[in-house]
Design a protein around this ligand. Structure first.
Ligand code: SF4
Length: 176
């Protein structure tokens, strides 16, 4: 997965866009927002210095088709999302690492980007029986979710499972 220290500007340049076109883009963005030339410089400076947003993507009870949709997205293409927009630093479904190695990456990412990462959550945390219906790394998923949520900048409930429970929450909802 791509490193999170790369700025938007370096991504833009890597894709072959000239510095002149970059500044044109900043001016047009400022103008379309009703801002002045000084703001265009601020936009340019922000894009030149700020790293892409680190994202940690967790999985609870789900069918994983939200990930399937993401992988097959067309606007934007997944390659553009992953290489130009976000820095997906952890996603145990699509990353190569597994087990203890994946857990170590998660801890490392959390420590490195404390308070600055976006937590994307696909699937839900079952709550009955202390959360034992979804065990992740030897612990209930709900514990992992709470712990990762505490230090995130923002949380995205990705899909119906994460938002409302979906199939798992259908009556009689044995997992809670
Ligand atoms: S919301 Fe849940 S059931 Fe629906 S596609 Fe996403 S993971 Fe699958």
């Amino acid at each position: 997965m791509a490193g999170a220290t790369e700025t938007f500007y370096s991504v833009i340049r890597r894709q072959g866009i000239t510095r002149r076109s970059f500044h044109k883009f900043c001016s047009l963005t400022a103008a379309s927002l009703g801002l002045g030339p000084l703001d265009a410089s601020s936009i340019a400076s922000a894009l030149e210095t700020k790293p892409r947003v680190p994202v940690i993507w967790l999985h609870g009870l789900e069918c994983t088709c939200c990930s399937e949709s993401f992988i097959r997205s067309a606007h934007p293409l997944i390659k553009d999302a992953l290489l130009s927009m976000i820095s997906l630093d952890y996603d145990d479904t699509i990353m190569a690492a597994a087990g203890h190695q994946a857990e170590a990456i998660l801890e490392e990412t959390r420590a490195k980007y404390k308070g600055k990462y976006v937590l994307a959550v696909e699937g839900n945390p079952p709550l009955k029986e202390g959360g034992m219906f979804c065990i992740d790394g030897g612990k209930p998923f709900v514990e992992k979710l709470r712990s990762m949520a505490e230090e995130s900048m923002a949380i995205i409930a990705w899909g119906t499972c994460a938002s409302w429970g979906c199939v798992q929450a259908a009556k009689p909802n044995p997992t809670g």
